[in-house]
Design a protein around this ligand. Sequence first.
Ligand SMILES: Nc1ncnc2c1ncn2[C@@H]1O[C@H](COP(=O)(O)OP(=O)(O)O)[C@@H](O)[C@H]1O
Ligand SMILES: [Mg+2]
Length: 623
Amino acid sequence: MYEYFPIIAVGAIIGLAAIAFVLAYALMKNKKAAIGFDRHMSDGEIVRRLAGFAKPHIKAFAAVLLIMVLTIAYDIISPVITGKITQMVADDFELSRLWTFVAIYVGILLVSVACTYFQSIILQKIGQRILSALRERVFAHIESLSHEQLNHIPVGKLVTRVTNDTNSISMMFTHILVNLVKNCFVIIGIFTAMLVINIELTLMVLCFVPFVILFTVVFRKFSRKAYREVKDATTDINTYLSENLSGMKITQIFNREEKKMSDFRVKTKALGKSKMKEIFVFGIFRPMVYVLYMSSVLCLFYLSGKGYIDNTTFLGQTITAGTLVTFYMYISKFFNPIQNLAEQFNSLQSAFASAEKIFSILDMTPAMQDEPDAIELDTVRGDIEFKNVWFAYNEGEWVLRDVSFKVKAGQTVAFVGSTGSGKTTILSLICRNYEIEKGEILIDGINIKRIKISSLRRHFGQMLQDVFLFSGTIRSNIVLHNDDISDEEIMAACRYVNADTFISKLDGGLDEKVRERGNNFSAGQRQLLSFARTIIHKPSVMILDEATANIDTETELLIQDSLTRMMKIGTMLVVAHRLSTIQHADNIILLSHGQIKEQGTHNELLAMRGRYHKLYMLQYHAE
Ligand SMILES: Nc1ncnc2c1ncn2[C@@H]1O[C@H](COP(=O)(O)OP(=O)(O)O)[C@@H](O)[C@H]1O
Ligand SMILES: [Mg+2]
């Protein structure tokens, strides 16, 4: 009876562990909260698409697999040699044989170390290539999205896609997949070796496998959820950060640091909590597997010790001291990959979640694409016509209602009206930044939907309400990656729009550094730079949405002067805030709530004594 005691003890330990595990599972299952991100794609589809990224590196992967077999040889052979040495020490010791064993051992160890080194070098290379290819692909795709689509995705989310998510896919290829394959090989290899050496002991080890599988299945469920939560919380923090770092100055101006900080704290706490959950799940799983491992080692000692002393045989195999040592080493090498496999399956799930998020970006068809037979415009005269145009940013909320007007080539047309009346919207529709719902917009008599977007944008110079400057230099912000433009041309453009005065006062001149968003320049200076940027690209039609930001009187005069000059270059559509600027416009269109209320020259509109007259009198008296 006593001889069965160890077996009973081990059985009890495993049984208790299993019960505890199932109990924990049941408890946690009740608390299943909504997971922020549900998978829509099947694993098969994700694998198929991911394989596309690995395809160019198939040869390198094959090399890695080949090398891997050599590294595994160490795992399988070293316990045998150790066992043989033990056996020799137990039986009769011979120094020369010991040296042979040591030499073989050191030999395979060196080969294994070298192989591991080369394997990781190759993998790192593949990883970096896949990573940059993926990043470029995502970035290029984001570039192709329409304004409307971009409006709907927070920048922080996009940043996470391009950085974290691409990274986790590249990690999947270089670490997870490779180790997954390696662990499978190791498990199969060790299992075969064990079977050859001793069937009885192998069967004993096998008894533990169902428990491992049970633990793994339960573990997978939890960890998948934990991974998702960590991912969602990370995206959340990134989104919050990117927005609030940009708006930090507003936070400071309105003394909202405390409030923002506490919002941020909530988010970091949420991330910390989900991270803790992940660690907790792993924290339970690893000791569980360890219990199994230790139990099987105890069983090994008991069975092999008993077998050795009693000198019993099982299927004609006896147990020796060497067998005991070899099995002891095999068992530790056997449970490790099993534990790793379970964890890697989870990382794989996490990578799949990332992949799905990236694919959801890549699958957004650019809302605005050229028609197959779109026309390339070599030149644009500059006739523009709006025919009964209706437009809404959000369905049902009309921003423009039945807007019709004509602009003849070379004319200057000005839009006036209160804030929110639709001036900026009209200007952005001309360049097809958004798609209209009803009506037609014609350029030189051609519907803009039939013109290539790139050719439309090449001939139209858009100067937006908020001037965006990139970090770089004055020069790089004016030419925007067009290196064919000489400094003389740049300076000529700057002179034309009156930007030369302030540029020549800068220490660096055209090479003066522009910080992120151009925050080291005044609003007026930024506006003048945007004028220079536009006219240097020689547009046929110029579209100007004048900044409302505070501009000093001196700069304002410069801006007005350069505006008057630019009006002579070609067709110009302008939103100006000072009616004096647009007095000479060929046509002035007054908008209210997305409808044209009045239209005509300055004098005609004044004579009508309507809304324009009222607006004019207001400004006139204000001065
Ligand atoms: N990207 C957008 N998404 C949704 N609504 C918008 C967007 N841009 C502007 N709007 C809305 O469209 C209306 C007209 O805006 P806008 O053309 O910018 O006016 P204006 O330039 O005359 O001040 C406003 O009511 C504004 O709220
Ligand atoms: Mg506007």
